[in-house]
Design a binder for this molecule. Structure first.
Ligand code: FDA
Length: 394
């Protein structure tokens, strides 16, 4: 009979949440094994934030998270705050900066964050076994884990396998299947922080504007974000669009104000008074990127001197600029989404420990849980906070 290795805690998933949980449990003297099917730990951390990892946000607060239960994240975010994580980063001498809106990035590379987590795990005696697939999970008085590299047993099992975003990087629905196996409810999932697409036949297809960006206020599903939007070959992206995509459901409209904080009509009147002979598109180019100005100029006003345009046409144009309504055909889906909305139902978990109420010893942390942060470092903070908490109890 082949030998079974015993640990106190087995964590499946060597991503942000799994590594944090492992070092937190290892720090308590627990013998911890981390298993991952990838050949490298923390792959998503490495590609995050354009390779510089937006590892937390100074403004982290429960209202920056989307979940069927808005209150679930409060306890974990309090137990391990953004300041606790920043203190860890500082202890490791990693240089960082605030880019904007409280978003903290490494000065140098996301590799520093992975290196820090691995060093902490190493010091806590955590064993990390990569390139290892889980073939079976059974439970009696302990968890029995069959893998492609041997059999293991543990008192606690932590599922930290993330969501469905970016399948090319090894994302799987594994965590949801484990939940189902143990009768833990999973809420429907969908892609979040993801660009919108337009149908090819849509007359509002903006392929010709690909690459144009401007500041905007974007509203959808009761949420509103002031940041840049970016036209792409397939539709719309940019931070403001990614943010509202998490509040968007199929068929919903999205409203875009391309001149946020401006009274567009008053501003247009001023510009016309200054240059009545200029063409309408030239006047608009004072307010918007040139290609966009050209595109939003109504065909009936093309080539006309601004001074000859009737007040009602300016009103209509100002309204279009500040209340542009679009209905995306869809999103780019999990292929490019930064996160997965939905997942393990929080009503099944203790908000203090992340342990499944029905299954003592079984924990779910990070993105696999139905807690999704806004863009800007919030998702990693959820991974750190939920991972830390589970590590204190697993
Ligand atoms: P994560 O996905 O990190 O880890 C899951 C681990 O489980 C992986 O190592 C995977 O290989 C493993 N696994 C999966 N299935 C398995 C199986 N069947 N068997 C064994 N192992 C398995 N957030 C943020 O706050 N700031 C940022 O800058 C960014 N940037 C960013 C860029 C891009 C391109 C993406 C896709 C995402 C981001 N995010 C982000 C989101 C962030 O990456 C995400 O929320 C966290 O990585 C979630 O951490 P988890 O540990 O839960 O999952």
């Amino acid at each position: 009979m082949s030998e079974v290795s015993r640990f106190d805690v087995i964590v499946i998933g060597a991503g942000a949440a799994g590594l944090m949980c492992a070092l937190s449990a290892g720090g308590r003297g627990r013998r911890v094994l981390v298993i991952d099917h990838a050949e490298k730990a923390g792959k998503k951390i490495l590609i995050s934030g354009g390779g510089r990892c937006n590892f937390t946000n100074l403004h982290t607060a429960p209202d920056r998270f989307i979940s069927a239960n808005r209150h679930f994240c409060i306890s974990a975010l309090k137990r391990h705050t953004q300041h606790d994580f920043v203190a860890l980063v500082r202890r490791h001498g990693i240089a960082f900066h605030e880019k904007k809106l409280g978003q903290l990035f490494c000065d140098d590379s996301a590799r520093d964050i992975v290196g820090m987590l691995l060093k902490e795990c190493d010091e806590a005696g955590v064993v990390i076994q990569l390139d290892t697939g889980v073939t079976r999970i059974e439970r009696d008085e302990a968890f029995h884990i069959g893998t492609t590299r041997g059999a293991f047993e543990s008192e606690s099992l932590v599922v930290a396998t993330g969501g469905l975003s970016i399948p090319k990087m090894g994302a799987t629905g594994f965590g949801y299947r484990v939940a189902a196996q143990f009768g833990v409810k999973v809420l429907p999932t969908r892609a979040g922080l993801v660009p919108f697409t337009f149908a090819d036949a849509d007359p509002r297809n903006f392929k010709d504007l690909a690459g144009v960006a401007c500041e905007a206020r974007v509203r959808c599903g009761g949420a509103s974000f002031d940041e840049a939007i970016l036209f792409t070959h397939r539709g719309l992206s940019g931070p403001a669009i990614l943010q509202v995509s998490s509040f968007w459901n199929d068929g919903d409209g999205v409203e875009i104000d391309m001149l946020p904080g401006t009274d567009a009509l008053a501003r247009l009147r001023e510009l016309v008074a200054e240059r009545p002979k200029a063409e309408v598109k030239t006047v608009l180019a004072d307010l918007l990127p040139r290609r966009l100005a050209q595109r939003v100029t109504p065909p009936a006003l093309e080539g006309r001197p601004a001074g000859s345009v009737a007040e009602r046409d300016w009103r209509a144009l100002a309204d279009d600029l500040q209340r542009w309504r679009i209905t995306p055909a869809g999103t780019e889906g999990y292929r490019t989404a930064e996160v997965t909305l939905g997942g393990v139902d929080t009503s099944e978990l203790s908000s203090k420990t992340m342990e499944a109420r029905k299954v003592p010893g079984l924990f779910f942390i990070g993105e696999v849980v139905d807690v999704t942060g806004w863009l800007g470092g919030y998702n990693f903070q959820w991974a750190w906070s939920s991972g830390f908490c589970a590590g204190q109890f697993a």
